[in-house]
Design a binder for this molecule. Sequence first.
Ligand code: NAD
Ligand code: MG
Length: 394
Amino acid sequence: MTKPQGVVVLGATGSIGINTLDVLSRYPERYQVIALTGHQQWQRLLQQAIQFRPAYVVVGDAVAAAQLREHLALAALNCEVLYGSQALEWVVSLPEVDVVMAAIVGAAGLPSALAAARAGKRILLANKESLVVAGHLFMQTVHAHGAVLLPVDSEHNAIFQSLPANYAGNPDLAGIRKIILTASGGPFRTLSVDALQTVTAEDACRHPNWVMGRKISVDSASLMNKGLEVIEAHWLFAAKPEQIEVVVHPQSVIHSMVQYRDGSVLAQLGSPDMRTPIACALAWPERIEAGVESLDFYQLSALTFEAPDRQRFPCLDLAFEVLHSGGDAPAVLNAANEVAVAAFLQGDLRFVDIPVVITETLSRLDLSASSSLDGLLAKDAEARALARQRLAIC
Ligand code: NAD
Ligand code: MG
């Protein structure tokens, strides 16, 4: 029997983490969970540890670690409890780890995903913010250390599946005209400018097709998620901004497409269930059972397409603009967006002011490129401080 692959799930307690464990639970002989991490929800991590028996669990702070330790001892589990960001970097680098699911939300996920790249692991990347903040550094690290990077974001996973198997990071050489990212349009797709003034966090988190964490739900509602995905696609597939197009497809059945020079369009279709891209990335090039129903074509209503409304949802163009400007602009956009979205989720900022905070923050910072992770993280901190100041006057 072949040895099971060692897996770390970063962000195990979140939406992607839970879906990943659902897929892993179907293959106990094939995958061995080495470490699970969660930030504050230690109770959920405890349940996951009881089920998957990892050697390590990592939480955010000493208080959560002490509580978890106590309960693991009561459950007679031999599992070491660590805390803090250094511990995240340590667990992904262990020699017994083959696969790292990077599913922490936000720029907080960057250092551990980068550590997995430095350790040459197979990285299943859900944390798109890593590529938005540090695309150049991240891709360089992946290549320098022989890591394998597989996209879990459903659009990028669809594109990955629609590219030639030997795709070598050059759209022109592969005969590609365009990479087409589909977008559901989110819960506010049909709302008027007036109605957008008063939408709440609960409205934003009620996504028509996907069940996701709260931050990405707000990003989907503002189309910033699609903007971040444009930047993600640029780095993953070495596509120029003008080679990436966004098409609103409210049914979320086509998860994205590649348009070739000869007029062919290759697409990946499926039910909107993240277990499909997770299972695809986990087992690639094999295909494994993910617990996902097949599409029933007789039940599908029409598949429709429309252009994104760039006036009502200015975040999409903000993302294209920072991609064009380069340097640290995408990192600043991401940091300001994280601050603005957190404030909106707490009821302290109007939805329509999210792009306002981002634009102001971008206008007040030096956007020239930082050459190191420390430089990028310092710029990220500076952008957050400025965005918080801006919140006070919104
Ligand atoms: P979520 O909020 O449900 O879960 C986030 C996870 O990160 C949790 O386990 C949480 O404990 C952990 N976490 C939060 N802050 C942390 C910190 N400072 N340090 C360490 N851990 C921390 O988020 P999600 O929806 O699962 O999204 C995770 C990532 O995957 C995001 O980058 C998101 O953009 C991406 N993604 C999600 C989906 C989806 O369907 N949910 C789809 C595509 C991409
Ligand atoms: Mg996506």
